[in-house]
Design a binder for this molecule. Structure first.
Ligand code: UD1
Ligand code: CA
Length: 482
């Protein structure tokens, strides 16, 4: 790839994208965890170009801010008025200064499915054929809106690109279209852009006119037909956005499956481009894996699970859960119906069970929180069991406080741990306790009211009630038995 390292890649992203009907500029809409322009920039970066410049315009500051934050080192050029794709490339080249020698690749910011390999193949064809320009084309079922590739009837050479709005009836019948992706000789491109006119139906400077200009000047014009027309899908509206998302998702899941991941029902699973897997991971239906989520070998997730920036260890099981920025240790078990919030770390073979919420909590190896509990701002040692319906009372209305529980503890059901508080190793706590004071290692803490039975209360206070009758029967039975 580096043999054909381009001198520059210019990404065109100044258009408004009115058909999205959105306050968000088109190129900032997301699919599979990346903005549209982010996908294009990522593919462009695979070429390792000397320069990469994105031409921004509509909502330019927002797009620029997004790029500088997420794609550090990306240069932007500002096209104040959208006067056409040729004008946009001119602005991009101006940003890079005079005299770009070598290949300049131009791509549109709204073609997120375009792969780095396709761009590299285009650059390679361009170099090996010694072309002045090489355009990536595709045969599409419906060419509406696209520029048509006009070829010489005798020898098949590309003679021009004609925009849909400027095409004759015969040209409209052509199914080979301009993808909007080109490789140019930098010097010839700069010269030709100076000669592009605006005498077309839109009064714009068309980049596509450069082909005719170069050809008429006697230069070699080539075309490389894309093997898969879906890859050059340009996004203009939200139907196409969903179409592109589905295609990319399918591509990502196929890659995962070929690498040894079982996806039980691909149609109901969504993953981001940044998700990684190890072989024998299993994804059940209705699952979304987002951000930097990683599934280790044999990890099993779903059904109905959404994991964001979460690592699931080898052989761990996550069922009907939602997690953000969490780590699930090897062999650990989460759910069904668990919510892991940022900073949750579950040790090996530990458990966050049913209706359990955790936040900023570290749970040691083999420790279990099986039922109906909230564990927030806590550190729990190894092989401890937290009783059902326990709450780590971490918030006093102003600040959050930490609870520390040792290893091999058994805390009773329905405990409140009022932070800051520490329970020592091997300690027990009684059911229903409100633990406000530290519990020394090995002790039993009982922190609840004493039970008092007021005998005969029902007969006196609720005479004739069903409860009183039942009590009377019970008392007779007890007398008979004695
Ligand atoms: C363009 C091509 C067409 C091709 C199609 C592929 C031209 C004249 N036409 O048409 O042959 O089939 O793409 O999708 O090149 N942009 C700017 N500044 C501008 C104008 C456009 O940055 O002044 C950017 C847009 O943000 C967009 C890209 O260039 O990312 C393409 O512009 P768009 O208006 O969508 O061109 P199409 O009509 O789709
Ligand atoms: Ca377009």
């Amino acid at each position: 790839m580096s043999a054909n390292r381009p001198a520059a890649v210019v990404v065109l992203a100044a258009g408004e994208g009115t058909r999205m009907k959105s306050k968000t500029p088109k190129v900032l809409h997301e699919i599979s965890g990346r903005s549209l322009v982010g996908h294009v920039v990522s593919a462009a970066r695979e070429l390792n170009p000397e320069h990469l410049v994105v031409v921004v315009g509509h909502a330019g500051e927002r797009v620029r801010g997004h790029l500088t934050e997420r794609y550090t080192g990306t240069r932007t050029a500002f096209q104040a008025e959208q006067k056409g794709t040729g004008h946009a490339v001119r602005i991009g080249l101006d940003e890079l200064g005079q005299g770009i020698h070598g290949t300049v690749v131009v791509v549109c910011g709204d073609t997120p499915l375009l792969s780095g390999e396709t761009l590299a193949a285009l650059a390679t064809t361009h170099a090996s054929d010694g072309n002045a320009v090489t355009v990536l084309t595709a045969e599409v079922p419906d060419a509406t809106g696209y520029g048509r590739i006009v070829r010489d009837a005798a020898n098949g050479a590309v003679t021009a690109i004609v925009e849909h709005k400027d095409a004759t009836a015969a040209q409209l019948a052509i199914r080979e279209i301009n993808s909007g992706v080109f490789a140019f000789d930098g010097q010839l491109l700069a010269d030709a852009l100076g000669k592009v006119r605006t005498d077309n139906s839109q009064g714009e400077e068309y980049l596509t006119d450069v082909l005719g200009i170069l050809r008429e000047a006697g230069h070699r014009v080539g075309a490389s037909i894309s093997g898969d027309h879906r890859e050059i899908l340009g996004i203009n509206n939200r139907v196409q956005l969903a179409e592109a998302r589905a295609l990319l998702n399918e591509r990502l899941l196929s890659r995962a499956m070929m690498a040894g991941v079982t996806v039980v029902d691909p149609a109901s699973v969504l993953i981001d481009v940044t998700v990684t897997f190890e072989p024998d991971a299993v994804i059940h239906p209705g699952t979304q894996l987002l951000g930097t989520t990683h599934l280790a070998e044999g990890a099993e997730v779903g059904p109905n699970t959404r994991l964001t920036d979460t690592t699931v260890g080898a052989g761990a099981r996550v069922d009907n859960a939602v997690a953000y920025s969490s780590e699930v240790g090897p062999g650990a078990s989460v759910g069904p119906y668990a919510y892991l919030r940022p900073g949750t770390r579950l040790g090996a073979k530990s458990k966050a069970g049913t209706y359990v919420e955790m936040k900023n909590a570290s749970i040691g190896e083999g420790t279990k929180v099986p039922h109906l509990s909230y564990v927030g701002d806590a550190t729990i040692g190894e092989y401890t069991n937290i009783g059902a319906a326990s709450v780590f009372v971490n918030y006093d209305g102003e600040a959050k406080h930490h609870t520390t529980i040792g290893s091999h503890c058994k805390t009773g059901s329905d405990n409140m741990f009022v932070a800051p508080v520490t329970v020592g190793d091997g300690a027990y706590t009684a059911a229903g306790s409100v633990i406000t004071k530290d519990v020394p290692a090995g002790s039993l803490a009982v922190a609840r009211g004493q039970q008092r039975n007021i005998e005969g209360w029902v007969a006196r206070k609720r005479p004739g009630s069903a409860a009183a009758q039942a009590a009377a029967v019970a008392s007779e039975r007890a007398t008979d038995e004695n």
